[in-house]
Design a protein around this ligand. Structure first.
Ligand code: CP
Length: 313
């Protein structure tokens, strides 16, 4: 099967079948992501650029490795070292890359909707690596892959997402993806960071008391407080947040006995979760990172024509 779209901008637009295709393809590529087998030449002749206007460790490194493991030519552009600092617009930068024959642009940008703007103006495929508070589709896909791998299916599984929901693009993409594949999503966060009226429309439940969201869930996903998007006044303070919402051993014990703990990273130990739970047997944080590589390999493969480039199974 082929992913019949030029870009990956968000999970809101994807069908259940498309989500399953990406997850199944990533499952087949996991052995290459974990280096059990060496490179696949599938994307030989494909060129991709990582264009990151915000900091990143996991997403940027895994996209670059994903491209290299599939034989693509990969280049990284750091926004501070690009012509953006000389006043070039995003669309002009995109058209420049297009003129260089770049097939795939992976972009992270602080402005919600920036990836769509670029996608609408260039023929290259655009992959959203996080646009403002809008979506971070590859993060949600790797979260879904991790849950599916550990719990066999997403259907009927209860997932609690705790933290700065208002500013989290990870939460938004997970809400779209998880609910499409049949999971039940419960959100929890301080009133200033979780608008019940807005989110209950998305077929999820909202809880200001974190204990209510965690009860009997299969998965607990803790989120980072997005200080960079809250301006100078942090509401609530980090200390208050940790006291009322931080995932501790005691709070985690409210979830099912074999519940999984996820976090997209980077982790702030002692704030959204304790070091003890981050390093516990319930934690799947390192598996998430490994699966991120497989998901990004799958997307590069599928957006470049899938089976037309050779069978990976
Ligand atoms: N989860 C995530 O997007 O991490 P990075 O910011 O390190 O890419």
């Amino acid at each position: 099967m082929v992913l019949k779209r030029k870009d990956l901008l968000g999970l809101k637009d994807l069908s259940k079948e498309e989500l399953e295709l990406i997850l199944d393809t990533a499952d087949s590529l996991k052995e290459f992501a974990t280096r059990k087998y060496k490179k696949l030449p599938t994307l030989k002749g494909v060129s991709m650029i990582n264009m990151f206007y915000e900091p990143s460790t996991r997403t940027r490194a895994s996209f670059e490795l994903a491209g290299k493991y599939l034989g693509a030519d990969t280049v990284n552009i750091n926004s501070s070292a690009s012509s953006v600092v000389k006043g070039e617009s995003l669309v002009d930068t995109g058209k420049t890359l297009e003129a260089l024959g770049v097939n795939i642009v992976v972009m992270r940008h602080p402005m919600a909707g920036s990836c769509k703007l670029l996608a609408d103006n260039v023929t290259s495929s655009i992959i959203n690596a996080g646009d403002g508070t809008h979506e971070h589709p590859t993060q949600a896909l790797l979260d879904m892959m991790t849950i599916r791998e550990q719990l066999t299916s997403l259907k009927g599984k209860k997932v609690a997402i705790v933290g700065d929901i208002a500013h989290s693009r990870v939460a938004k993409s997970n809400i779209w993806g998880l609910t499409k594949l049949g999971a039940e999503v419960a959100l929890s966060g301080p009133p200033t960071l979780l608008d019940h009226n807005k989110f209950t429309k998305l077929n999820v439940t909202c809880h200001h008391k974190v204990e209510d969201a965690l009860k009997d869930v299969d998965v607990v996903m803790a989120l980072r407080i997005q200080k960079e998007r809250q301006g100078t006044t942090l509401i609530p303070s980090l200390r208050e947040y940790a006291r009322l919402y931080g995932i501790t051993k005691e709070r985690l014990s409210l979830a099912k006995k074999d519940a999984l703990l996820l976090h997209p990273g980077p982790i702030n130990r002692g704030i959204e979760l304790t070091g003890e739970v981050a390093d516990s047997l319930k934690s799947r944080i390192n598996e998430q990172v490994t699966n991120g590589l497989a998901i990004r390999m799958a997307l590069l493969y599928l957006l470049s024509g899938g089976e037309q480039n050779g069978n990976i199974a």
